[in-house]
Design a protein around this ligand. Sequence first.
Ligand SMILES: Cc1cc2nc3c(=O)[nH]c(=O)nc-3n(C[C@H](O)[C@H](O)[C@H](O)COP(=O)(O)OP(=O)(O)OC[C@H]3O[C@@H](n4cnc5c(N)ncnc54)[C@H](O)[C@@H]3O)c2cc1C
Length: 426
Amino acid sequence: MAWEFSTEPEFQEQLDWVEEFCRTEIEPLDLVFPGAARSRDPKLKAIVDPLKQQVRDRGMWALFLDKELGGPGYGQLKLALLNEILGKYGSAPIIFGTAAPDTGNMELLAAYGTEEQKERWLKPLMNQEIWSAYSMTEPQGGSDPNLFVTHAERDGEEWVINGEKWFTSAGSVADILFVMCTNGMFIVPRETPGVEIMPYPRRHNHIRYANVRVPLDHLLGPEDGAKVLAQRRLGGGRIHHAMRTVAQCRRAFDMMCERALSRQSHGKVIGEHQMVQEMIADSYSEITMLRLLVLWTAWTIDNSSTQASRTQIAACKYTCAKVLRDVSYRALHIMGSLGTTNLTPLQAMFAGSPRMGIADGVDEVHKSTVARNVLKGYRPHDGLWPTEYLPAKREEARRKYADLLREDAELAAYAERAERYANSRS
Ligand SMILES: Cc1cc2nc3c(=O)[nH]c(=O)nc-3n(C[C@H](O)[C@H](O)[C@H](O)COP(=O)(O)OP(=O)(O)OC[C@H]3O[C@@H](n4cnc5c(N)ncnc54)[C@H](O)[C@@H]3O)c2cc1C
């Protein structure tokens, strides 16, 4: 029997360690020194670096990378189980070396970089000695890559990049920017003259590239290969978002259930009111469905490839956005007035849910992908009626029993009565 829903005891032990480590080390760090995990301040680094070292010592660092790309090769399924924990704690993905946007950029370097590029950028990124950002979306349009115009022109031994990018997450603090041009993916050190970071938005930057010159070896992958690289990068990123979202949903659900048992109204605890029970029951089944979809997708990637799992990944992406929105809203609602404040994580979780429906591709585009791919497995029916048109099927079935119906009057009468009854209901 090949279906298997349990976790290997050795890996479960690792997960138990991660759960405890996140609760006792990372949550306090986030509460007292928010943002420390990405800080260059030596005092904060002195707190954060030993935590990263503990993760390394435990063999849990940068789990997202396959063996052939330089990682531990645990695969996506184990990463999904890990992310179900990390996603609850703001800086945990950074402390475990699995944070976006670096993960996707490292994957690109590992898959397409030359040995020299890997040495120069992948190694320090893996060690988090440097940070990166991914500059793809442009102000005039994000969903349709055909609208992008940022371009690199070759000039002797250099590429000269001109264009404008929008919503480059963590661009202002990155050491290197992965810039998607119409004719290739380029790695641009942020300090390069001509890289101009606009004052807002603050976290997801608007960046102008004005005559930015980089040497020829800053082209990553083949010339004109940017769309292929982008697909590879975003595929992995989307499933990682979904894995972390399962964690967020479960956190909201735990809060919802705890409150449902703690609060009284109209003579009983609110968890005994049926409408509250409905919210709990709906949330339970939606989270379970999302979780199984994500784990199955991760398993499919491990057993085929990201490319072959595109339909499932797209389904994970819009489903996780919807489940996060609905579950965090219900949890917030059950919390009553307290839920509307920032005294619990629920308000931020609910406010963050629209981001999940837009970042790395809007829901509509992923839904179209799913529908288009699913429809490839179907064909139009012949003639006027659908394949499941019952009168035609019944006629076909009668042909199968023709001999029997001819020979046995009792059975023929039975079949006649059944047909009359079916017709009377049509
Ligand atoms: C939190 C966050 C982080 C991000 N980080 C990065 C980053 O690091 N680097 C980067 O390059 N970009 C980043 N982005 C940008 C993101 O990739 C784009 O926002 C996304 O691709 C959508 O592009 P847009 O914002 O221009 O919206 P548009 O493309 O203008 O779409 C707006 C709306 O139009 C509708 N729409 C668009 N296309 C279709 C369609 N085909 N069918 C039906 N309806 C459609 C949808 O309702 C959609 O929501 C980030 C976005 C967010 C929210």
